[in-house]
Design a binder for this molecule. Sequence first.
Ligand SMILES: C[S@@+](CC[C@H](N)C(=O)[O-])C[C@H]1O[C@@H](n2cnc3c(N)ncnc32)[C@H](O)[C@@H]1O
Length: 215
Amino acid sequence: MRATWLSSFITDTIYLAVGAWSSRLVGSPLQRAIARRRYGALAASYDADVIPQDGYLAPIETALDRLPATPMEVLDVSTGTGAVVGVLMHRFPGCRGAAVDLSPVMLAHAARHARERGWSVRLAAADAGCLPFREGTFDLVTVQNAFPVPGELVRVLRPGGWVVMSYSAGGSVLPWIVRSLTGQLRALGCQEVETRRVGSGRYFLAQRPGGTVHA
Ligand SMILES: C[S@@+](CC[C@H](N)C(=O)[O-])C[C@H]1O[C@@H](n2cnc3c(N)ncnc32)[C@H](O)[C@@H]1O
């Protein structure tokens, strides 16, 4: 389990550093090829080896506890096998869900979970850097343990909607990474930007200005 945690720490740090340095790297032909290959190979063991790690969902659960209203239209980006979709469906019964990932193999596992667990979610193969949704579509957009692309996440949020970027093992990333990501969210107009460590993880929570999301 320690080796799995170390690998999660390294990948979370890479995701966060790329997002902090230049999220334009996300979705490049090389990045897409690496992700499809890596996650195509990991998908079969992902639910057994990665998701049961202690505290895997703790940062995102804590961030979602902070939401002042119930979102109806929710999107999980880079969903993998759909761990966060399960959290959203449990917390917000009746919400309309969407989830995207680049890896068709990871998505196939998410689709099986959706069928077996009765989730109301539309799944699509898509790049986090170029989401196939119109501006202002969602009340809540989440990304967990994957590349943060703040501009694209905020673009598809309704005014007053919330974005959560959450990292299960990314709690002790370097301060410049935290400063860069919070700075990007503020530059996109999000006045309320909160980032907190939770166990060995961290979340970033921000609200798109200009409206209120109601139940
Ligand atoms: C570490 S997994 C996390 C999966 C899930 N969010 C979770 O927390 O269990 C990272 C996911 O990001 C996806 N991914 C990598 N690059 C992507 C991109 N450019 N666009 C969309 N998804 C991408 C991978 O296919 C993989 O499923």
